[in-house]
Design a protein around this ligand. Structure first.
Ligand SMILES: Cc1ncc(COP(=O)(O)O)c(C=O)c1O
Length: 538
């Protein structure tokens, strides 16, 4: 495949893009009564648009038709259409009705399954990683880098009020140590929430940690020793790699699909070869790919691990941010052997700054408590008390409903902007939850060079190579969708698209000016040699 540069936008020279991916934020079809009815209707229309059934400029079914077909009221249908108008998918024409907006269908392919080397690697993290937190604190940079949800968007002030109330109610009583496992009320609330996905936990099976990061450290210390190898998804969250590095553990990256997760065959080979001591996987909406394994696949993973007596550590930090009808079940809830160690935190949903996370395990709790005592003794009492109150008040559920809606809308808008502003041949993940997107640029664009250029222009993102130990993903990047949608965010993303187009044009020896020029060096990975992905649409 060759690339032609047209008006500053590099396009592959084949005709039309291979259609791929499902409706943005689509996921399983909403069942009325479970999801908001207007959301189910909105999703139905979005899928028609994204599949090309309804093309830009086409009139969408009238409100009356929709009310008849979906058994919803006129006001629900109107709310659905208004929502789609807000998302830029529909536009209203006075006296005429609703039409598909220009550029509405998303025809970007999702990234293909990764192919990391099947051997353990020593983790040596890039120097970019420490800079990311620095950049996240810089208000002059457009925040597309760290996956930190915007405090405004989280309406964290509500939780702060619980904290102030707790402090007032108990005076200086919280200025003391808790037991190593943390506030018993918070542990009880966490155990109660686990019941919703079918997991019976005792508060004694739960220990409060300093964010999910400490939970991961405690879990890994419980099941491995320095020099051991841990299997991870590829690409994987760079924080996992950082923890592995800190504990002198090696990583073995597993091939991972942007929708369905790890390759079971590859896991089986690794287990047969006794190459790994433990497995560290995301429960849902992996960072950065956004993939979630089905319950059946999770059960198959658990069966394989049990057969080879390899423990699983799961990170469920994004599990509550699902866009479908139901929260995906973590591995722990599907594990008949009770060997899974569960890690999570409130950092992505309500309080990144409170640094409250937790680990749940019965089998390994004694070791976890020993390590906790050695590392931090116990966590701060007041934030735990505030979260316990917040959870028991029911406020967290209301809050989560709003957060889920906002992140889903953000993801949709970001994907649409990428579709419009990035060079042809770009692929993007379509997560059904969480708030990060994985973008694969046409080769040979280097996301590291793009990163340097973008920071100079006031935009931050995370270059792809930091998500692997094997120098892969140099043409990929992760963008965070954790900030409230705003013209500044949109402009930041457009800037990235312009920089990527310019880099691609430069690599072709062309300038991004109007006119069609052929580039023989730039290739869209996989586009010419691989058959269309199963999600590709004709
Ligand atoms: C998958 C994953 N796990 C853990 C963390 C860190 O969690 P915490 O801030 O609670 O330590 C992050 C943060 O980005 C993450 O994406």
């Amino acid at each position: 495949m060759t690339i032609t540069v047209v008006a500053g936008r590099a396009r592959p020279c084949d005709h039309g893009r291979v259609a791929g991916g499902k409706a943005v934020g689509g996921g399983r079809r909403a069942r009325p009564g479970h999801a908001f009815r207007y959301e189910a209707t909105a999703r139905f229309i979005t899928e028609l648009v994204d599949r090309g059934t309804l093309i830009p400029g086409a009139r969408v079914p009238s409100l009356r038709q929709i009310t008849r077909q979906h058994g919803v009221s006129l006001s629900t249908a109107l709310q659905a259409y208004r929502t789609l108008e807000d998302r830029g998918i529909l536009q209203v024409r006075p006296q005429s009705g609703f039409y598909v907006a220009k550029g509405a269908p998303i025809l970007l392919e999702t990234p293909p399954i990764s192919r990391p080397p099947a051997r353990p690697t020593t983790v040596a993290l890039s120097s970019v990683v420490p800079k990311l937190l620095e950049y996240a604190a810089d208000p002059d940079l457009v925040p597309l880098g760290c996956a930190i949800p915007d405090a405004e968007l989280l309406a964290a002030g509500r939780l702060d009020r619980f904290l102030a109330r707790a402090a007032r109610a108990k005076g200086i009583g919280y200025n003391t140590y808790t037991v190593a496992k943390g506030d018993p009320r918070l542990r009880r609330e966490i155990a109660r929430r686990a019941l919703r996905w079918g997991q019976v936990l005792s508060p004694e099976d739960v220990a409060i940690t300093c964010g999910c990061t400490e939970a991961l450290v405690l879990a890994l210390k419980a099941v491995s020793r320095p020099g051991d190898t841990i299997a991870v998804e590829s690409p994987t969250y760079f924080g996992f790699l950082q923890v592995l590095q800190g504990l002198h553990l090696r990583a073995l990256e597993l091939p991972t699909d942007a929708r369905s997760g790890i390759d079971l065959g590859a896991l089986q080979r690794v287990l047969r070869a006794r190459s790994v001591t433990a497995c560290l996987l995301s429960s849902s909406f992996n960072n950065p790919l956004g993939c979630t394994m089905s319950d059946e696949k999770k059960k198959a993973v658990l069966a394989l691990l049990a057969r080879h007596r390899v423990p699983l550590i799961e990170d469920d930090i994004y599990g509550d941010i699902y866009f479908g009808d139901e929260r995906p079940r973590p591995f722990m809830a599907l594990d008949p052997h009770g060997g899974t160690i569960y890690c999570s935190s409130f950092s992505k949903t309500i309080a990144p700054g409170y640094r409250v996370g937790w680990i749940a395990t019965r089998r390994h709790m004694a070791k976890v408590v020993d390590s906790k005592l050695a590392l931090t003794l116990c966590g701060p009492a007041l934030p735990q008390a505030a979260l316990a109150e917040f959870l028991s008040s029911g406020g967290y559920d209301r809050h989560l409903r709003r957060v889920r809606r906002t992140f889903r809308e953000n993801i949709e808008r970001m994907v649409r902007t990428i579709d419009r502003a990035f060079p042809r041949g770009t692929r993007v993940s379509r997560p059904d939850g969480g708030f990060v997107l994985w973008v694969q640029l046409p080769k040979p664009v280097s996301s590291r060079e793009l990163f340097e250029a973008a920071v100079k222009k006031g935009v931050c993102f995370v270059p792809g190579d930091v998500f692997s130990t094997s120098s892969r993903y140099a043409n990929c990047l992760r963008v965070s969708c954790g900030s409230a949608w705003h013209a500044r965010i949109e402009r930041g993303l457009e800037t990235l698209g312009e920089l990527a187009s310019a880099a691609l044009a430069e690599s072709c020896g062309a300038t991004p000016t109007p006119g069609r020029r052929r580039c023989r060096r730039a290739a869209v990975p996989g586009a010419s040699s691989r058959p269309p992905s199963p999600r590709a649409r004709p």
